[in-house]
Design a protein around this ligand. Structure first.
Ligand SMILES: NC(=O)c1ccc[n+]([C@@H]2O[C@H](COP(=O)([O-])OP(=O)(O)OC[C@H]3O[C@@H](n4cnc5c(N)ncnc54)[C@H](OP(=O)(O)O)[C@@H]3O)[C@@H](O)[C@H]2O)c1
Length: 234
């Protein structure tokens, strides 16, 4: 798909990976609607990007917003949904584990209520995470949620064809998702990526390039593109 002149609706498009995708698509000439609970956090954005408020876990609000912007050429969700429980599963608070699935429920809302408004030559892209297929200690909930996201995409791809649906799976990426600052932040990313084949945090732009690839390439559907610095082999 040549994205110039096309309409992109991006849930979680006001920060980090989603915002980087919004800016890259806008640069390529798309009209972008970038959505989150507090969209002002995006700061100054190009005129091609419209900021909208919506909680991705609110089914009615997601359905209304998708209908408002129909037809949609490019539908993306990078919304984290809510906090994820970290730590050993056998010590895990199970309410925290269940709450971790807010990301999946948000994605499910976007696909369930958005797919019908996506054009036949259009696509949906979700964002999972490397723990889905290589879980490191303490990342059980990240792994389970990411795995479910990837399974959802594979399962739904048959149902919605010829519309396409894909996942991009990031490794450790330097985004506002991590609130630490200064030396503490530097040390966190250094430790988190020390054993990766590419031992640094990725950038939101590098992951957004993966998103733009699956949006543009009309022969890619039902699959996962890894942008993870070699996490899966580390
Ligand atoms: N950064 C990493 O290392 C990494 C690694 C693997 C996977 N990922 C995944 O990549 C995706 C993007 O992460 P990121 O690092 O770019 O995080 P981020 O900078 O924190 O951005 C997350 C975006 O999601 C929005 N959001 C969160 N909950 C929402 C909700 N309930 N409804 C609507 N919007 C919501 C946030 O805005 P509001 O707060 O205003 O709603 C924000 O725009 C996430 O799915 C994350 O799990 C990230």
């Amino acid at each position: 798909m040549d994205v110039a002149g096309k309409k992109a609706v991006i849930f979680g498009g006001t920060s980090g990976i989603g915002l980087a995708a919004a800016k890259q698509l806008a640069d390529l000439g798309a009209e972008v609607i970038a959505i989150s609970r507090n969209p002002d956090k995006a700061g100054d954005v190009p005129a091609e990007i419209t900021l909208k408020q919506c909680d991705v876990t609110d089914r009615d609000a997601v359905a209304a917003l998708c209908a408002e912007y129909a037809p949609i050429d490019i539908l993306i969700s990078a919304a984290t949904g809510g906090p994820r429980a970290i730590g050993p599963f056998l010590e895990m608070d199970l309410d925290g584990y269940q709450d971790s699935f807010q990301k999946l429920w948000g994605y499910a809302n976007v696909v369930r209520f958005g797919a019908r408004h996506v054009t036949d030559d259009g696509s949906i892209t979700l964002v999972s995470g490397a723990p889905a297929r290589n879980c490191r200690p303490g990342q059980i909930s990240l792994s389970c949620v990411g795995g479910a996201v990837e399974a959802l995409v594979r399962a739904v791809s048959r149902e919605i064809a010829p519309k396409r649906i894909n996942v991009v799976s990031p490794g450790t990426i330097d985004t506002p998702m991590v609130s630490m600052e200064g030396d503490q932040r530097t040390e966190f990313y250094k430790n988190a990526t020390a054993k990766n084949l590419i031992s640094r945090a990725g950038t939101a732009d590098e992951v957004a390039q993966g998103i733009v690839f699956v949006v543009q390439n009309d022969f890619v559907t039902g699959t996962t593109v890894d942008v993870d610095g070699g996490w899966l082999l580390s």
